[in-house]
Ligand binder design. Structure first.
Ligand SMILES: C[S@@+](CC[C@H](N)C(=O)[O-])C[C@H]1O[C@@H](n2cnc3c(N)ncnc32)[C@H](O)[C@@H]1O
Length: 463
């Protein structure tokens, strides 16, 4: 049923006039505005309405609301809209905490209460599983909660020198634009990183190559904080000294990066220790370099590792395969419970780090291999032996290629950790309908509060 109410300029004018009357304002006059009932939240956090049978995606609108919007881009199968006014607010609507919300692209859901964000993400997952995967989990497990603010331990800050906007800008990109929103604070960043924003802006402004620093990568371990300055021209000695002094003053590790990731070198101190985080429940400490991939939310990551192990339930005689294993975040805890674990990962640096993490944690029943899990699948090491259990934690593109190669091995349990519901749903379709697994449970985790990103964990059990 269409919920929209605006196909003619007359009807629009009436709606706008009534809305304006209720608000005590003058009615808007453009003929490209409309009011509509919001039915659901899209996977990227926009309110979805239907007008004359066609979907409209409206930034900032929430399910259950009646809103006035202006049409943006029109496409063949859907349109986009810009929220002008909320006529009837959802009870879950809250005032955004951050003054940059709406401009800065870092967050998209601050206007929705944190508990409602998780419920909306579970709905997105449920809809994706039903529509794309044609699967329904037998059980929904409780969502894994985490802190709503100050959770983000890794980020890439954009930097631009824009004299007509007052000089150096440091912050995240604007929503749907490449401009930088200059930030004096950020409530989702780990406070140790957020407090650096104003001094970083001052520091870059003082550099002679201020216009040649496009990005700063920031990373916080449990103890240390590191910054990686990307620079497009060689750094002069004065600039290097300013960066060193900044590191010393704020007790930071300073790295510089002239080209790709292999060019990252430490500037202060000259031999900084690796960053680290603890997975207390599993007697594990994971070491990582500031440019390594690690899960950005420390508290929620620990809960996901707990749940993944609980669901996979590795036994002391079992062999476990950990695909897309990164620095060994799951591999080391798995090795504490299983007979042996093989971790496969596409990034050679992360494979080395995973080996280091096995040594650091005195874990000897693991091995790691570098493998492109989207391509070299015919010669995979898992072809040589039968794995009892499988953990998968792929990037957004999912793991269908790897899953298709599992048909002869049939691990008894598969735990799939996913950061993208659409590919989890596609891969679930194959696991359930082609390989005959049951989708025993699913849940979401609050890995990325205030954003529309959805993290999920699903358990598949062989029939
Ligand atoms: C979501 S991360 C998970 C990492 C790890 N499990 C963790 O918890 O930290 C996905 C991992 O897939 C790896 N990856 C990306 N493309 C790959 C490919 N083609 N083959 C193998 N691994 C790949 C990335 O390097 C990254 O480590």
């Amino acid at each position: 049923m269409d919920q929209g109410d605006c196909s003619s300029a007359v009807c629009h004018s009436l709606d706008m006039a009534n809305a304006a009357k209720r608000q005590g304002q003058k009615p808007a006059t453009t003929s490209d505005t409309c009011n509509a009932e919001i039915e659901q939240l899209s996977y990227d956090g926009r309110g979805v309405a239907h007008v004359d049978g066609k979907a409209v995606f409206i930034d900032g609108a929430l399910p259950g609301e009646r809103v006035v919007f202006r049409y943006g881009k029109r496409h063949k199968r859907y349109d986009t809209g810009q929220l002008l006014e909320v006529l009837r607010a959802a009870p879950t609507r809250v005032t955004p905490e951050c003054t940059y919300f709406g401009t800065c692209g870092g967050c998209s859901l601050q206007h929705l209460a944190p508990e409602a964000q998780l419920a909306a993400k579970q709905q997105v997952l449920q809809d994706s599983l039903a529509h794309i995967g044609k699967v329904t989990p037998e059980r929904w497990l409780a969502p894994l909660p985490g802190p709503a603010w100050g959770y983000r331990r890794k980020a890439r800050l954009g930097v631009r020198l824009v004299p007509k906007k007052g000089g150096v800008l440091v912050g995240f990109r604007e929503r749907r634009h490449s401009f930088i929103t200059p930030l004096a604070d950020c409530k989702t960043l780990d406070p140790r990183l957020a407090t650096l924003l104003p001094p970083l802006t001052e520091l870059i402004s003082a550099l002679s190559c201020a216009d040649r620093i496009p990005q700063i990568e920031v990373a916080a371990g449990d103890r240390d904080v590191a910054l990686v300055f990307r620079h497009l021209v060689p750094l002069g000695e004065d600039d290097r000294e300013r960066l060193r002094a900044f590191g010393e003053r704020h007790t930071l590790q300073i790295y510089v990066q002239a080209q790709g990731p292999e060019s990252v070198t430490a500037l202060w101190p000259l031999q900084p220790p690796l960053l680290r985080y603890r997975l207390g429940e599993h007697e594990a400490e994971i070491l990582f370099a500031p440019t390594d991939f690690v899960q950005i939310n420390t508290a929620v990551n620990a809960r996901i590792v707990d749940r993944a192990l609980e669901l996979l339930d590795p036994q002391q005689h079992e062999l476990v395969l950990d695909l897309f294993c990164g620095v060994g975040n799951f591999t080391v805890p798995l090795a504490r419970r299983a007979a042996r674990v093989l971790g496969l990962e596409g990034d050679a640096t992360l494979v080395q780090r995973a080996r280091l993490n096995a040594d650091h944690n005195r874990v000897v029943n693991v091995s790691f291999r570098e493998a492109d899990l989207y391509r070299e699948l015919d010669h995979m090491p898992w072809g040589e032996e039968r794995f009892d259990k499988l953990l998968l934690d792929p990037p957004r593109s999912g793991a269908i290629e790897a899953i298709k190669h599992l048909s002869t091995h049939r691990p008894s349990r598969i735990v799939y950790v996913s950061c993208y519901p659409a590919t989890l749903a596609r891969d679930s379709d194959y696991l359930v309908h082609a390989l005959g697994y049951r989708m025993a449970s699913a849940s979401v985790a609050d890995m990325f509060p205030q954003t529309s990103h959805t993290e999920a964990i699903a358990l598949f059990v062989a029939e």
